[in-house]
Design a protein around this ligand. Structure first.
Ligand SMILES: C[S@@+](CC[C@H](N)C(=O)[O-])C[C@H]1O[C@@H](n2cnc3c(N)ncnc32)[C@H](O)[C@@H]1O
Length: 489
């Protein structure tokens, strides 16, 4: 039974709270709860200035020298709250006497943080409520604190499953809506997953569940510098199941940037799915020259570093193109010492001559729906209207890649999204326009199970433990490209 110690009375539906008031009384001692304070500040930055939680939080932790258990708690609370926002908001609204749009922004941040602890952590209910209310009181005074207290007490009356039963769409009438609600995904994203999986049942449930869990950190060992076995021994991680260069660290194992092999640039953080897609490009059989590779959308450079290390072992070179100057700088940094030339340019309008490259990677800008585990607030920020703009750019970049690769050369088209418009839709249309040959990409993912009917590869967190990366490998035919090839879309 919920413990309402700290002298609180039985929870009841909140009455209309007082308007925000400036504190006028004697100043209160600062709240000694560094983990929840940085969580709250990060959630505020996400709400107020569209910040990225996974950039703001690590910086705050460093600035305040928060480490160990406090850092782990702050990370769990911040990312968990940001991920579950839609579900939390529905419960908060059901417990409040007003629509969320009328709730003070900082009260809403605190309510989300408190509701997350109540519904999705083992923090005792009284501690979740009291610690959240204390933070609000210290910052905003007792009027808003009273409102937050009252709402959280109502939230605490039921567990997550009971709230889902009460508030989620009926599973018989709207199975996708029901799963979306209970796994804290916007409906349109759950629908996109359902279409890619061909399922509104168990596979969709497993995919959403995996997408809602905290992901393990994956490292990639730099080829020629260290093996995956050595890297695993150095970091205490496990050798990855599919990538010969991959190592998995335990979820929440601390900041991987602090690990010696990462500091020494023997390894970098990279999802195993990304490693496999970059490797698929290198594994496609090729006749003739094979020493000039192109990465057409290179920033921040994870795949460029892996490709450059591999082509460098054979005496070749990688050309990396990136449109955003600051991201091109990141590519320069991560690939320094490797045979790479970085160009700041639009990949659709480079100066390269037609057919200049043997292999080309198009790791195209995308919705990122396949990496929602790693970008906690992204699912609530992305809009269905983003898809159309991106697919146009994806078409144009893939078409240009097929022009820049030599006849007989190969292009890997990769997106971190399972959305069919960004994946099969783009590839099918470009293949139709250009006459490019579609390779059975599954053969370029040796040892990886559950790759479906092909010819393209769609990875999934629940099947492969990777981000939901899509990869299609195409070959430029020896004859001229289709007449529409240079028209784009
Ligand atoms: C999915 S990210 C690439 C990730 C990268 N390959 C890696 O593994 O680190 C897509 C990149 O394409 C860049 N980009 C967007 N539009 C572009 C364009 N027209 N030409 C070249 N790069 C572009 C974005 O700035 C972004 O850095």
């Amino acid at each position: 039974m919920t413990d309402y110690s700290r002298g609180a009375s039985k929870p009841s539906r909140p009455r209309r709270p007082h308007p925000p008031r400036r504190r006028t009384g004697p100043s209160r001692p600062p709240v000694e709860d560094p983990a929840r304070l940085v969580a709250l500040e990060t959630l505020r930055a996400v709400r107020q200035r569209d910040a990225y939680a996974n950039l703001v939080l690590p910086q705050l932790l460093r600035d305040r020298r928060i480490t160990g258990r406090d850092a782990a708690l702050a990370t769990e609370l911040t990312y968990g709250t940001a991920r579950a926002r839609g579900l939390l908001d529905a419960v908060i609204e059901a417990c409040s006497d007003r629509p969320l749009s009328e709730v003070d922004g900082s009260a809403l941040d605190a309510l989300r943080l408190g509701a997350y602890q109540l519904l999705r952590t083992r923090v005792p209910a009284h501690a979740a409520v009291a610690s959240t209310v204390d933070l609000v009181r210290a910052e905003r005074g007792s009027g808003i604190a009273g409102f937050v207290n009252a709402v959280l007490r109502r939230v605490a009356e039921q567990d997550e499953a009971a709230w889902v039963d009460e508030l989620a769409p009926d599973p018989d009438n709207d199975p996708v809506g029901n799963l979306a609600f209970s796994h804290a995904h916007p409906r349109w994203i759950a629908q996109a997953f359902a279409e890619a999986l061909g399922s509104r049942g168990e596979p969709l449930k497993l995919a959403l569940e995996a997408d809602d869990a905290r992901p393990a950190v994956h490292l990639v060992a730099r080829p020629g510098e260290v093996t995956a076995d050595e890297l695993a021994a150095m970091t205490g991680g496990d050798v990855a199941p599919y990538s010969p260069y991959g190592v998995h660290l335990e979820a929440g194992a601390g900041d991987p940037g602090d690990l010696e092999p990462v500091r020494e640039r023997l390894a970098t953080v990279q999802d195993e799915g990304s490693q496999l897609c970059a490797l698929a490009l290198t594994r496609a059989p090729l006749e003739g020259t094979d020493d000039r590779w192109l990465d057409l959308c290179a920033g921040p450079g994870g795949k460029a570093a892996l490709l450059a290390a591999l082509v460098g072992l054979e005496g070749g070179e990688l050309i990396a193109v990136e449109k955003a100057p600051h991201r091109a700088e990141l590519v320069r940094k991560i690939t320094s010492g490797l045979p790479v030339t970085v160009h700041v340019a639009d990949g659709r309008e480079t100066d390269f001559v037609e057919g200049a490259f043997d292999r080309v990677l198009v790791d195209a800008p995308c919705t990122g729906l396949g990496a929602l585990r790693r970008r906690p607030e992204a699912r609530w920020r992305r809009q269905p209207t983003d898809v159309g703009t991106l697919t146009k750019l994806q078409h144009e970049l893939l078409t240009e890649a097929l022009r820049l690769v030599r006849p007989g050369g190969v292009v890997a088209y990769v997106v971190c999204s399972p959305h069919l418009s960004e994946t099969v839709g783009v590839v099918t249309d470009v293949v139709r326009r250009t006459g490019a040959e579609v390779l059975d990409t599954r053969e370029l993912f040796p040892g990886v199970p559950d790759l479906g009917e092909g010819p393209h590869v769609q990875l999934w967190p629940h099947l492969h433990g990777t981000d939901a990366m899509f990869c299609a490998v195409l070959r430029r035919p020896a004859r001229a490209l289709g007449k529409d090839a240079s028209d784009g879309v």
